[in-house]
Design a protein around this ligand. Structure first.
Ligand code: UD1
Ligand code: CA
Length: 472
């Protein structure tokens, strides 16, 4: 395939009115990535010589989200007068070039690069001036319909402009096309805006080509899901379900056990190793990486985190922006906040919250603790009810606990503070000063036992009654 002559244009200037959103449609996330990212990834996979993205509505937000990429240029369409008008904006960038324009829509995210390659092959093989990607569907409502005469495509009619007969047609326009560059921009100038929406429809180009005797072909895709467009929140949810299902199937094929795929939500960019078992109701989001032979129990949510091989995450944990080393155990009901690092074989138990904290290899915080801004060494035991008091109302302060230290239950470590290597902290202490290595830190009121106190406390009547009972 001569990839040097392929120029991709992506239409993404529309507001997406039907989404009823302040966020531009193409930035709505689908499986953890903005819609437009799915489209650009597909485009980049065919190594085009240029990519032009037509932006308009909320152009700055779209630009910022996408950032700089090789061969990608943004062109602004202002105002947005329809899909033909949008493509016209690419003329200055593509004028004088030869080759094929591949037109993609920013709101059609499931298209595969394999289909794009087939489109280019079919288009160049047939020496067509235009090739339209179509599909035969059960529910064509909302899409442009392909009208054929003697089997050949004659024109495309939009839903709103279609007669009852045309609305019966089940072959739809996918909004994805290949165009031979030389005749394209001149023909676009022939499009008028006399239609239900008063817009310049790119779809009118087909009838113009036919009149000019330019050859138009179609590529009918086998899997209509590939060209599903997203115009509403319902369509977004439906397409999300398809992406999720595909992702789960890929992972299962690669050796991951997913007990209930219907309730497992794994974003597109997530990686999971073989022999890992994922229980029902789990969400794994963003750029998360789960190793091999892990167990992720029910109702766990993992966002942008790394979990190494053979770790187990018990029920109901929330893990965000954290790294967990091999063979660690977390939960149930643990909350790992950003910048948490859990060492090899370490153990975090029930109702434990960590924030910006490193827990060294083999260390344990088994029950009810808050560890924030802390650096905890290897083989440390953090007792139940331990709290790092890291915030003085204005600033955050660090706590350091060195290797092998033992923190007794119900300890408050008032930061900044350091507990040295192998030191002990007595249960119930409020530690305000460093505890040297090997020392015992004890900071609590001394216990006094008052003999006979209970007896003396009793009211005289009660005492009399007791004496009487004793005589009987
Ligand atoms: C379009 C097609 C329809 C096809 C469907 C497939 C037209 C007239 N209709 O309809 O035949 O079945 O896609 O999904 O082309 N856009 C701009 N500038 C504009 C208008 C739109 O950049 O002025 C962009 C939008 O951001 C969107 C894409 O073009 O990414 C398609 O626009 P949309 O309004 O969603 O068209 P549909 O009604 O879905
Ligand atoms: Ca659309």
């Amino acid at each position: 395939m001569p990839s040097s002559g392929i120029h991709v244009v992506v239409l993404a200037a529309g507001q997406g009115t039907r989404m009823k959103s302040r966020l531009p449609k193409v930035l709505h996330p689908l499986a953890g990535r903005p819609l437009i990212e799915h489209v650009l990834k597909t485009a980049e996979a065919i190594s085009p010589s240029t990519v032009t993205l037509i932006v308009g509505h909320a152009a700055d937000a779209v630009r910022t989200s996408i950032g700089n990429r090789p061969n990608l240029d943004f062109v602004v369409q202002e105002p947005q007068l329809g899909t033909a008008h949008a493509l016209q904006q690419a003329e200055t960038r593509l004028a004088g070039r030869e080759g094929t324009v591949v037109l993609l829509s920013g709101d059609v995210p499931l298209l595969t690069s394999a289909t794009l390659r087939r489109l280019i092959e079919a288009h160049e093989g047939a020496d067509a001036a235009a090739t339209v990607v179509t599909a035969i569907v059960e529910r064509p409502y909302g899409y442009g319909r392909i009208v054929r005469t003697k089997g050949r495509i004659a024109r495309i009619v939009e839903e709103r402009d279609a007669s009852p007969e045309v609305r019966q047609v089940r072959e739809i326009n996918g909004g994805i096309y290949a165009f031979d560059l030389p005749p394209l921009f001149d023909a676009l100038r022939g499009i008028a805006s006399q239609n239900a929406q008063g817009e310049y429809y790119l779809t009118d180009l087909i009838a113009i080509y036919r009149r000019r005797k330019l050859p138009v072909e179609t590529l009918v895709v086998d899997n209509p899901a590939e060209i599903r467009g997203i115009n509403s929140r319902t369509e977004l949810a439906e397409v999300s379900r398809i992406v999720r299902q595909t992702k789960n199937e890929e992972l299962m094929a690669a050796g991951v056990t997913i007990i209930d795929p219907a309730t497992t939500y794994i974003d597109a960019d997530v990686e999971v190793g073989a022999d890992t078992v994922i229980h029902p109701g789990v969400s794994i989001e963003g750029q998360s990486r789960i190793g091999a032979a892990c167990e992720i129990q029910s109702h766990v949510r993992i966002v942008g985190s790394e979990i190494a091989d053979r770790s187990i995450i018990h029920n109901f944990c929330l893990i965000i922006g954290s790294r967990i080393a091999e063979g660690a155990s977390v939960g149930p009901f643990a909350h790992l906040r950003p910048e948490t690092v859990v060492g090899e074989g370490a153990k975090i138990g029930t109702f434990v919250e960590l924030k910006k904290t490193t827990l060294g290899p083999g260390s344990k915080a088994n029950h009810l603790a808050y560890l924030g801004d802390a650096t905890i060494g290897a083989r440390v035991n953090v007792g139940a009810g331990t709290i790092t008091c890291n915030y003085d109302g204005t600033h955050k302060h660090p706590t350091v606990i060195e290797d092998g230290a033992f923190i007794g239950s119900d300890t408050q470590l008032i930061a900044p503070v350091r507990v040295g290597k192998g030191a002990y902290v007595a249960a119930g202490s409020s530690i305000t000063e460093d505890v040297p290595a090997g020392a015992l830190g004890i900071a609590r009121g001394r216990q006094t036992n008052i003999d006979g106190w209970v007896e003396r406390k009793k009211p005289p009547v009660e005492r009399k009654k007791e004496k009487a009972r004793a005589r009987d």
